[in-house]
Write a protein that binds this ligand. Structure first.
Ligand code: NIG
Ligand code: FE
Length: 426
């Protein structure tokens, strides 16, 4: 019986036909695009894709398609003249949180700043209180619901951070929820330990003791239970210093956790250079950049992750995306989905903001939200482009004139179907 099942499964095939244009179909070995290369975007008109066992097995022009050889084990999806693109790779989110924080939003509308709200016990510490109180199963269910919504909006790979726990037990609670999401959803998920997100109430005035707790208690437990892929720190005035950043990144290295850091959101404290010098995979936020910060990227493999929906929602400056491109520094766009500074994880909006606010053209935006997002999660060999051998995580759009229309017609849901591992996600 097992062998029979195996034989049947191994012949599972899906064909997507009548694709008006296949977008971002490329060589599997491509790692990321930077500088002028961000203007490259390979397309095929009037195309098909064949999928076997969840992976892309071939694609091309409809005229080259051999047709169906085995009707019994082939599922046909008609794209009905829509475009097909790789799903979004969202490399920076805080999706596992207990409750929304719309009352703080209201305070901000009434004139308080993000920093003032945090000082008054709102912000990250508010979310930490709620995580402490919530049952783990309920936290999982709420997070799963959010994730399902995002998948239907075209996200096919996501990174999720801890950082609303700020105690050994609560940080582990979030990371276990992320692990369960990994095990129970078909998309690719990466997990990041962000114990150094804020100094918790009971360590006020005693930050070093909290850092010691992160290094000596949290990290060993997280590593021995395989609960994280990356390590993060919020390097910012009122949170953690450049020296703290170096200490945390070096402690993470001992457990093979590469850095993905929050730097330069409000102030440039040297965290960009320290993160890059310590081989971080990405440095994220980068709203405030000086020349030394830019120069720190020279010769590195670190990608700059830009979060335009956070700038949009908080009304803070946008990261200078075009300058990164002009300097040949790889960038990607991510949502920063969290209840305080970006309560939307919709990557369609992030892509539109990339065009409208960051002034990136359509080719640059698509590279920044697919291939380069995959690189910022270390998964560019299995997602981010339409390539033979990669996972078939795809967006089929409604019939639209071309891919420029995606960012132009912002706020409209242009997705017809989302395919995850070769199957329509419902
Ligand atoms: O990436 N900047 C730090 N952390 C989050 C916001 C956290 C919050 O306000 O809850 C961010 O924007
Ligand atoms: Fe963040």
């Amino acid at each position: 019986m097992f062998w029979l099942n195996f034989v049947i499964l191994s012949y599972m095939k899906t064909v997507i036909k009548n694709i008006s244009q296949l977008v971002q179909c490329d060589d599997k070995k491509l790692r990321f695009r930077a500088g002028n290369d961000m203007n490259c975007l390979k397309t095929i008109d009037n195309a098909y894709i064949e999928i076997e066992n969840g992976k892309i097995s071939s694609f091309g022009n409809m005229d080259q398609w051999n047709g169906i050889t085995d009707w019994n084990s082939t599922t046909i999806i008609d794209a009905e003249e829509g475009l097909v693109l790789p799903t979004f790779c969202d490399s920076h989110t805080h999706l596992v949180f207990a409750e929304s924080r719309e009352s703080e939003f209201n305070d901000r509308i009434n004139g308080l700043s993000y920093q003032q709200i945090a000082k008054n016990g709102g912000g990250i510490l508010n979310s930490a209180k709620k995580i402490h109180q919530i049952d783990e199963e309920i936290l999982y269910k709420r997070s799963l619901k959010r994730l399902n919504k995002l998948i239907k909006l075209g996200t096919g790979a996501i990174e999720i951070k801890s950082g609303y726990g700020l105690s050994v037990e609560s940080e582990l609670k979030i990371l276990r929820v992320i692990k369960k999401l990994k095990e129970t959803t078909p998309i690719c998920i990466k997990s990041t330990f962000l114990g150094a997100h804020a100094v918790p109430e009971r360590y006020k005035g005693n930050k070093n003791e909290y850092i010691n707790l992160i290094i000596n208690e949290m990290l060993p437990k997280i590593a021995s239970n395989n609960l994280a892929d990356y390590i993060d720190i919020f390097c910012e005035e009122g949170y953690f210093t450049n020296e703290d950043t170096i200490k945390i990144l070096q402690a993470g290295k001992k457990y093979n956790l590469q850095g993905k850091t929050h730097v330069n959101q409000f102030n440039s404290l040297g965290g960009v250079k320290s993160s890059i010098d310590n081989d971080s995979l990405s440095v994220d936020h980068l709203e405030i950049m000086n020349d030394d910060d830019f120069l720190a990227f020279k010769g590195s493999k670190t990608i700059a992750t830009i979060l335009p929906s956070c700038s949009f929602f908080l009304g803070i400056p946008y990261s200078p995306a075009k300058e990164f491109i002009a300097r040949n520094i790889p960038i990607n766009l991510a949502s920063d989905y969290n209840p305080g500074s970006s309560p939307s994880g919709n990557m369609n909006l992030v892509a539109a903001l990339g065009s409208i606010k960051l002034k990136m053209n359509a080719e640059q935006v698509i590279n920044a939200t697919t291939l380069n997002g995959a690189y910022a999660m270390g998964i560019e060999n299995k997602l981010g482009t339409i390539s033979v051998g990669k996972m078939a995580n795809l967006i089929i759009t409604k019939p639209i004139p071309n891919y420029q229309y995606l960012h132009y017609s912002f706020g409209e849901n242009l997705i017809d179907k989302v395919i995850i591992a070769g199957e329509e996600y419902k």
